[in-house]
Design a protein around this ligand. Sequence first.
Ligand SMILES: *Cc1c(COP(=O)(O)O)cnc(C)c1O
Length: 384
Amino acid sequence: MLVYVDNNATTCVAREVFEAMVPFLTDQYGNPSSAHPFGKSASKIIVSSRENLAELLGCDADELIFTSCGTESDSTAILSALATQQNRRKIVTTAVEHHAVLKVCKRLQQQGYKVEYLPVDKHGRLNLADVDNAIDDETALVSVMWANNEIGNIYPVERIAEIAHARGALFHTDAVQAVGKVKINLSSTAIDFLSLSGHKLHAPKGVGALYVRRFTPYWSFLTGGHQERGQRAGTENVASIAGLGMAALLAQENMEVEQTYVKGLRDRMEAGLLATCPDPAVNGDIEHRLPNTSSICFKYIEGEAILLRLYQAGGICASSGSACTSGSLEPSHVLRAMGLDYRMLHGSIRFSFSRYNTEQDVDVILEKTPPIIKALREMSPFGH
Ligand SMILES: *Cc1c(COP(=O)(O)O)cnc(C)c1O
């Protein structure tokens, strides 16, 4: 039995996505840059995939560049903003970004750039006055994620983009967790760059995209061939781009399902666990959160122990906020930025749903989890 509730880590490839990819992994292996008709069928699917994605994001197709992943899109946006505005040497970002943004910023600091990490409150929320104060005439880029992968918080990126522009800074958002889960209409925003990743929305791993607003200055660290209209060198991952195009179409069709069915599963599970587990607490901003994500803190116990038992008991795949680094359990930087007590940091579990989850999945979680939490609390030195 498998109860997969770790969809913020990665998602299953949709059947339709797989089928859309097969021709480009078999017969239609042409290079889209080739002049002969055989190559042209590969270049056609790239055009239509780009149109599907543009439809999902409410932008123009020629504002989208296909990349290899969300990480590449994040790096490209950040490095582009610095390369095109060499008189501005500061980045404003948040303490709760994904490592794909944070580690790039850390590296840039070592190279002499200034980076300001905006703090969050105990619910993981930003204070817009802090954002306003942090952005100055030296700021090249403000980078704030649309939705947080660990706690699901949705940030007011449209407002923040306007604040950034008022100071002459560019604005980037890591929307890897938002695309396909919340409605996005880029044409009515001031956002300059938006990153997304295929494998978080039922396309395969190893494909992503970067939105670059028309007239936003752009530079890519990848140079070489003329692919992507000279904006991202490297022969296109045609099959995966075909998959991402289909995933965008499916996401568009299922947008309501996220807010109704997926949210319903999440809410029923959350209410059930809150009612049956000792001393639980929900992490994050309950009012402004992704419909699929629930991060729950079980005080005084180790998340890793909970995860192991959840898997043994019911094939339940969830995630803890801790990343096991070199044998030591390092608590999540997101929960730490929220100032969570150390006894709460370690016992936080993230459940993240998708439209492929079922009511039975929730039943299994609600049956298996409470006894595990109770047993582990019995064993905990603080727990009773
Ligand atoms: C998964 C994720 C990324 C990285 O995307 P990849 O395609 O795996 O490189 C970046 N940001 C957020 C918020 C993510 O959840």
